[in-house]
Design a protein around this ligand. Sequence first.
Ligand code: NAD
Length: 236
Amino acid sequence: MNRPRSIVILTGAGISAESGIDTFRAGANGGPSLWEQHRVEDVATPEAFARDPDLVLRFYDMRRAAIQTKEPNAAHRALARLEREWAGPVTVVTQNVDDLHERGGSHAVIHMHGEHLSAWCTACDVRTRWTGALIDRPACPACGARALRPDIVWFGEIPYRMDAIQTLLADADLFVSIGTSGAVYPAAGFVRLARELGAQTLELNLERSQGSAWFDQTRLGPASEIVTAWVDELLG
Ligand code: NAD
């Protein structure tokens, strides 16, 4: 590849897999999609929250507690090193709701699907950093209402900061996708957009993703190995 200037990196659950955080399993042969043994429709949709808020709050309370016991892996740290040492801008657009990019040392991170460590007050619209549980309906620190929900973009909701992401993709010289199955839109469409707007495209994944054909190049293997090797190569 020619030496690129501006790099945009889309990450998915696969980059956190080696830190011990489960990926999302798309249903095979018409079977249900599962996340931590739950059907996605039961825990990750606004309808599920309206139907059974306790189930949804408990599920996210467990996930929020679990991620705080996990550590970033070599792939997260390699991307932080790239941000520090690369001459041009490096931005991570992540579908992940964990905070392992930040704890790995990255600063330019966009959480397009929200964050486990944030609570969103549906009464006053203020977001608050949140590390504890929501099941007991704690009061919102900003307005006092007991109307906090996980600050997660559920299936059927609109991802965050799409305008900023589109601008980044338009300016990108290199678009890299790491550890994502290419099954969840709009993120799955970023490669086509970036490519049409002139970026080179690279996929780093354990196996070929659904949109693999759109990438100029694909490298397969565990993220901790192939992301580290790719960053070493770029930084020379
Ligand atoms: P996905 O689970 O659909 O796909 C994960 C991909 O990562 C697969 O293609 C798999 O082959 C690959 N993979 C697995 N282990 C890997 C490894 N060690 N190295 C490299 N690649 C590996 O994930 P997705 O595409 O991100 O979509 C899932 C949705 O669920 C997202 O919207 C996300 O918000 C949510 N989710 C987030 C987390 C998290 O925050 N860590 C975890 C699970 C699900």
